[in-house]
Write a protein that binds this ligand. Structure first.
Ligand code: GLU
Length: 325
């Protein structure tokens, strides 16, 4: 695995539900960006949280991506444990990264039980960033820690963030300067039940899979400083970041797994074909002005990051009607 000096991107779905129009938008753009640079594409299934991830959703994701006409060079099929593209089979690498950070004194046990700790196997979206962690367990003495462990308390592992602000370039949004406190402060790398965090798994995988270009929804932008901090501490390169605008429903809400009527399955059942869907998505990406039905390959010569909108795109009733008629 690894992509030498070629551009290498990834499709990184979480199998926690069926793929919807918003996912299709991000994946089509990612595919176009990488393939138009003759790059390699990894399909990485982010099934790190055993409670939320379901194998049938993984099957469904692969089927939906193929239906859309997207392909990949490395995926979840046919690999050994060390080269698997399923995060649930890559825990060895996350253990190793934790051990390195622990040896360097960057980790402390955290006995707090907050909802953040429950959900940290999934990518937090903008609305999930609450108040920064107040640092309750940062200064616990070794004695206090062993007292709590002896009393049977389980601990999560948190990163002691030495950097307070982080900057990185985003190809669409320009240079970003973020205070880590704005993004949650010291963040957890492992839950008290042993589940690794999204932040850790993504950072380790992007580095070990040789990912050079990370394209994802702009709602994940506040996670990027955390990943950059980890990249610095673990000696990994910082990939190119492109946070694309989100698709919003008619009310202006981000499309999510709640929007059952906009899953690719539902749309398919309603008779929408992949070419029509790609036509609509590429029209919104500014590369297919008429919105004519297309296959992804036909879009390759047309794709350009400069044409992509920066602002979120709201689906109007008119678009829905045209699309579903
Ligand atoms: N698996 C994440 C999601 O579905 C994407 C994470 C990423 O692209 O870094 O929200």
């Amino acid at each position: 695995m690894g992509c030498s000096d070629r551009v290498c991107g990834r499709l990184a779905p979480s199998p926690t539900g069926y793929m919807h129009l918003g996912n299709a938008w991000t994946f089509l753009l990612t595919w176009l960006s990488v393939r138009s640079q003759n790059g390699r594409l990894v399909l990485r299934v982010e099934d790190i949280d055993p409670q939320r991830s379901k194998a049938p959703f993984t099957e469904a994701l692969l089927e939906d991506l193929r239906w859309l006409g997207l392909d990949w060079d490395e995926g979840p099929d046919g690999y050994t444990q060390k080269t698997s593209c399923l995060q649930s089979r890559r825990t060895f690498f996350y253990e190793e990264a934790i051990a390195r950070l622990e040896d360097a004194g960057f980790i402390y046990p955290c006995f707090c039980t907050r909802s953040e700790l429950r959900n940290l196997g999934s990518a937090p979206h903008v609305e999930d960033f609450g108040a920064p962690y107040p640092g309750t367990c940062r200064t616990l003495t070794k004695e206090k820690q062993s007292e709590l462990f002896k009393a049977g308390r389980k601990a999560a592992l948190r990163l002691r963030c030495a950097e307070t602000s982080v900057s990185f370039d985003d190809a669409l949004w320009g240079r970003q300067y973020l205070e880590l406190a704005e993004c949650g402060g010291d963040f957890a790398l492992r839950r008290s039940d042993g589940v690794f965090s999204y932040q850790l798994a993504v950072t380790v995988d992007d580095a070990l899979m040789g990912i050079t270009e990370v394209m994802r929804g702009r709602d994940i932008l506040p996670s990027t400083p955390r990943q950059v901090v980890l990249q610095h501490l673990l000696g990994y390169p910082v990939p190119k970041h492109i946070h694309v605008p989100l698709l919003l429903d008619v009310k202006g809400e981000k499309l999510s797994k709640r929007h059952k009527s906009l899953t690719l399955r539902e749309l398919r059942q309603k008779g929408v074909d992949a070419a029509r869907l790609n036509g609509l998505l590429s029209q919104m990406a500014g590369i297919n002005p008429s919105g004519r039905p297309v296959r992804p390959e036909e879009l390759l010569p047309l794709y350009s990051l400069d044409k992509l909108p920066v602002q979120d795109i709201r689906l109007t009733n008119d678009i829905y009607r045209r699309f579903l008629s």
